[in-house]
Write a protein that binds this ligand. Structure first.
Ligand SMILES: [Zn+2]
Length: 249
């Protein structure tokens, strides 16, 4: 049956909770809380090092619980403007090099979690280019070629018909209060859009949100699930891809 609405029946908008960098506090705090309330989220990890299969074992159970474990590259390349090293960073990479890193990360994720058939991509440091100045080139087309969606950064909730799935807007939410997090989630319903939130640490670690504030959001989403569709990025993207086939006619 063709999908005739962007969100499931009764839902006014969609919300995806995304977590970057495979941090321990996500395993310790966020995932148990999400599982307790039967909410599914997306976790973007870096399968780096020769020991990635051992080190990343806990993420297998995360995927088995119904969460998405997505691609955040192997080496997490960001602008040299962070490091100050004139030799390094995205500015010194080619499109072929970034594509090789991304494909290697996908290969390792499939080795780690063979049951997970499809997953999305997350831009390290939200940056989507290689080179600099007149030689700067977007690598969004590479992400578009290999993934149903790529998560970036932006200050809007995504329009279901017109958002570029290869570079989705997502709100960075570090240090926000519970009320602010709920407000962003509710924007999805008010605007009939898809709100994506980007988390890093929960309660501890870099760019953290306090546990009490995260809990407030989770409880709100659990209570409002009949009108707010809470789903991993891959699930919302796949539905929108199908829906757009009819909506754009
Ligand atoms: Zn990252």
């Amino acid at each position: 049956m063709p999908i005739t609405t962007p969100f499931p029946a009764g839902c006014e908008g969609a919300v995806s909770l995304t977590f970057d960098d495979g941090m321990q506090s996500q395993l310790d705090t966020a995932i148990p809380l999400l599982n307790e309330h039967n909410l599914k989220a997306t976790f973007y990890i870096n399968p780096r090092g020769d020991d990635f299969m051992e080190r990343l074992q806990p993420w297998r159970a995360v995927a088995w619980a119904g969460h998405e474990v997505g691609n955040h590259t192997v080496n997490h390349p960001c602008s040299r403007n962070f490091s100050g090293n004139p030799e390094g960073g995205l500015e010194s990479m080619t499109l072929a090099e970034i594509e090789a890193d991304i494909l290697e990360a996908s290969r390792r994720l499939r080795a780690l979690i063979p049951e997970q058939e499809v997953f999305t991509f997350c831009y390290p440091c939200y940056q989507d280019y290689v080179g600099e100045g007149v030689n700067r080139q977007s690598y969004v087309p590479i992400v578009a070629k290999h993934f149903p969606a790529g998560r970036g950064k932006g200050e809007i909730a995504n329009h279901p018909l017109t958002a570029d799935l290869a570079y989705l807007s997502s709100f960075p939410v570090e240090r926000m209060s519970g009320a602010e997090l709920v407000g962003l989630a509710e924007r999805a319903a008010a605007q009939h859009r898809w709100t994506i939130l980007t988390f890093h640490g929960i309660h501890q670690g870099h760019l953290a949100v306090q546990e009490v504030d995260f809990r407030e959001l989770v409880i709100h989403l659990a209570r409002q699930r009949h009108r707010l569709w809470v789903a991993p990025v891959v699930a919302v993207a796949q539905r929108l891809i199908e829906w757009r086939k009819t909506a754009r006619r």
